[in-house]
Design a protein around this ligand. Structure first.
Ligand SMILES: NC(=O)c1ccc[n+]([C@@H]2O[C@H](COP(=O)([O-])OP(=O)(O)OC[C@H]3O[C@@H](n4cnc5c(N)ncnc54)[C@H](OP(=O)(O)O)[C@@H]3O)[C@@H](O)[C@H]2O)c1
Length: 255
């Protein structure tokens, strides 16, 4: 008797596969026997994954462009059939270290981090609704839980993803579509390489990818990690503002 690998028939669509968490996720899922379609802007990085894996299909495009995302979903389904899982991971992080508010940078992050996820939902939800099955994961962040120093422009994009997922949860459930939101702590990637402060409990991208894949197999709506870091931030999340600001000042050294 041959034992069937349960991941073999899964087609996953992942945005932001050219580096960091998205790339680690794509590699881990491909190693588990899944078919992966991945979207990002850097063609060379997609090509290197295509060279490494037959079961990978790279699509060059910008998630902020709704038509490009719709086309990517269409091409992906033509290549590997119905998308069973989608991970909306593409994102950028621009630290805000002073009071010079540049609306262009705020808008850019909202268009990629938040509306990029909306664009994937717009392309995929009607297909999954018609099939009455599917699994969508939005990559948010613990930075979406409370305002953090340096995250004035980034944090709101992640808070928006959490609110989006919580609001759509009910409608998705009615149509047998599993919707989850992921809130990682610090992961060592190109995005966080800009940080000049010490990042507590920093994880590698493969460690983050492993935690995400484990979380996706669970029935939990929100997956946050690493455990101790997420627990500390959950406690900070329910604190009154005066305590929260005092403690955050002590921890981060912000005045
Ligand atoms: N690293 C952390 O500590 C951390 C913590 C919590 C949450 N997150 C979230 O995790 C996700 C991945 O971040 P990362 O840390 O792995 O950063 P990263 O290494 O910089 O990867 C970001 C990925 O998103 C893609 N991307 C960016 N803008 C895009 C666009 N307009 N269209 C298509 N793809 C785009 C990038 O590809 P191209 O440049 O090739 O387009 C790249 O593949 C983000 O949503 C981030 O907010 C990260």
């Amino acid at each position: 008797m041959t034992i069937k690998n349960p991941t073999q028939n899964i087609h996953a669509f992942i945005t932001g596969v050219s580096s960091g968490i998205g790339r680690a996720l794509a590699e881990m899922m491909l190693d588990q026997g899944m078919q992966v379609s991945g979207m990002a802007r850097r063609r060379e990085a997609l090509k290197s994954l295509e060279d490494q894996y037959d079961q990978f299909f790279g699509i060059t495009g910008d998630v902020a462009d709704s038509q490009a995302v719709a086309n990517a979903v269409e091409q992906a389904e033509k290549r590997f059939g119905d998308i069973n899982q989608a991970i909306c991971n593409a994102g950028i992080y621009i630290p805000q270290s002073d009071l010079n508010i540049d609306p262009t940078l705020f808008r850019q992050q909202m268009e990629i981090n938040y509306l990029g996820q909306v664009n994937v939902l717009a392309a995929l939800l009607p297909l999954m609704e018609a099939r009455q099955s599917g699994h969508i994961v939005l990559i948010s962040s613990v930075a979406g839980w409370r305002g953090l120093p340096l995250a004035a422009s980034y944090g709101p994009t992640k808070a928006a993803s959490i609110s989006l997922a919580e609001s759509l949860y009910f409608l998705c459930r009615q149509k047998n579509i599993k919707l989850q939101v992921i809130c990682p702590g610090f992961v060592d990637t190109e995005a966080t390489a800009q940080n000049t402060f010490r990042m507590p409990m920093l994880m590698t991208p493969p460690q983050a990818a492993k935690a995400i894949i484990k979380g996706m197999r669970s029935s939990r709506f929100m997956i946050s990690f690493p455990f101790m870091f997420a627990l500390c931030l959950k406690i900070l999340r329910i604190m009154p503002h005066s305590w929260y600001f005092w403690l955050t000042k002590r921890i981060t050294g912000q005045q």
